[in-house]
Design a binder for this molecule. Structure first.
Ligand code: NDP
Length: 245
C-alpha cells in the first residue's frame, strides 16, 4: 500500500497542537486515523468532527509513559482497522527550566514522555510491522534535537535521544520499515503551557511570538507518508521563515 489513502495511522498526543492537526489533515487525505492521548474528551470531539466530515477516526485514552497502555492502544487500532501502517510518536512535554532549579520531577517527566513514550510506540508497533512486511514510524523531535539553549538542556537531550533512537531503528529495520524524524521549529500549540519556571516562561513567550501553524508540521508528516515505499524521508526540519531559531 503506498500513498496516504486507506492507510491506518496511529497518532499519540492527538488531543491538541501538531497531533490534532496531523489527524485532521491525514484524514482529509484519506487515511484512517487512530487518536491517542490522556484527555479523552478532546479526542472524542476531534474524532467526532473528523467523522462528520466523512473521515474514519477512532480514539482511545493512552498514557505513553506506560508500556501496557501503548501496547493496548496499538492493538486497539489493529482491531478496529485490521492493520497499522504508520505510528506517529508525537506526544511530548516541554517544562523548561535552568538546571540549577533542580526540577528533577520535570526532568523525569520529559524523559518518560519524550523518550520512553517513543520507545513504547516502537515496541508496540515493530513486531506487527515486521509481520506485515511494511510500516513507518514518524517520530516527533524538534529543532531542540539539533541545537541546545539555556533552560532547554533536558528537553533537548530528550529530542537528541529521539533522533538517535530513530537513526538506530532506521539502520536496523530499513528494508521493510521506514523511519522518519520530523523536527518542528516554533509551532502554535499548547506545548509552552507545561513550563512552571517563571523566567523560562517569560523567555518562551518572546521566543514563541514568531510561530507557524501546526498544519505546516502535519504537511511534513503527510509528505513522508505519501512517498513511494522505497523512499524513506528520514529527516525533515520545518521552521518559521522569519525565525532565527
Ligand atoms: P501540545 O502540548 O499541543 O501537544 C502535546 C500532546 O502530547 C497533547 O496531545 C498531550 O495530550 C500529549 N501528551 C502529553 N503527555 C502525554 C502522555 N503522558 N501520554 C499521552 N499523551 C501525552 O504540543 P505540540 O503539539 O507542540 O507537541 C507535539 C510534539 O511536537 C511534541 O513532541 C513536542 O515536543 C514537539 N515539538 C513542538 C514544537 C512547538 O513549537 N510546538 C517545536 C518542536 C517540537 P494529553 O495532555 O491529552 O495527554
Amino acid at each position: 500500500m503506498s500513498g496516504i489513502e486507506g492507510k491506518v495511522v496511529v497518532i499519540t498526543g492527538a488531543s491538541s497542537g501538531i497531533g490534532e492537526a496531523t489527524a485532521r489533515l491525514l484524514s482529509e487525505r484519506g487515511a484512517r486515523v487512530v487518536l491517542g492521548a490522556r484527555r479523552t474528551e478532546k479526542l472524542e470531539s476531534i474524532a467526532g468532527a473528523i467523522t462528520r466530515e466523512g473521515g474514519q477516526a477512532r480514539f482511545r485514552a493512552v498514557d505513553v509513559t506506560k508500556r501496557e497502555d501503548v501496547d493496548s492502544f496499538v492493538e486497539f487500532a489493529a482491531r478496529e482497522f485490521g492493520r497499522v501502517d504508520v505510528i506517529v510518536n508525537n506526544a511530548g512535554v516541554m517544562p523548561l527550566s535552568p538546571l540549577e532549579e533542580t526540577k528533577v520531577n520535570e526532568w523525569d517527566r520529559m524523559i518518560d514522555v519524550n523518550i520512553r513514550g517513543v520507545l513504547h510506540g516502537i515496541a508496540a508497533g515493530l513486531p506487527r510491522m515486521r509481520a506485515q512486511g511494511s510500516g513507518q514510524f514518524i517520530n516527533m523531535a524538534s529543532i531542540g534535537a539539533h541545537t541546545v539553549s539555556p533552560t532547554a538542556a533536558v528537553y533537548c537531550a530528550t529530542k537528541f535521544a529521539v533522533r538517535a533512537i530513530s537513526e538506530g531503528l532506521r539502520q536496523e529495520v530499513g528494508g521493510d520499515i521506514r523511519v522518519t524524524v520530523v523536527s518542528p521549529g516554533v509551532t502554535e500549540s499548547e506545548l509552552a503551557e507545561s513550563i512552571s519556571d517563571a523566567s523560562a516562561r517569560e523567555v518562551m513567550r518572546g521566543y514563541r511570538q514568531i510561530s507557524i501553524s501546526p498544519y505546516a508540521i502535519a504537511r511534513a508528516v503527510a509528505f513522508a507518508i505519501e512517498q513511494p515505499d522505497d523512499v524513506d524521508t528520514s529527516e525533515i526540519i520545518v521552521r518559521p521563515t522569519a525565525s532565527p531559531y
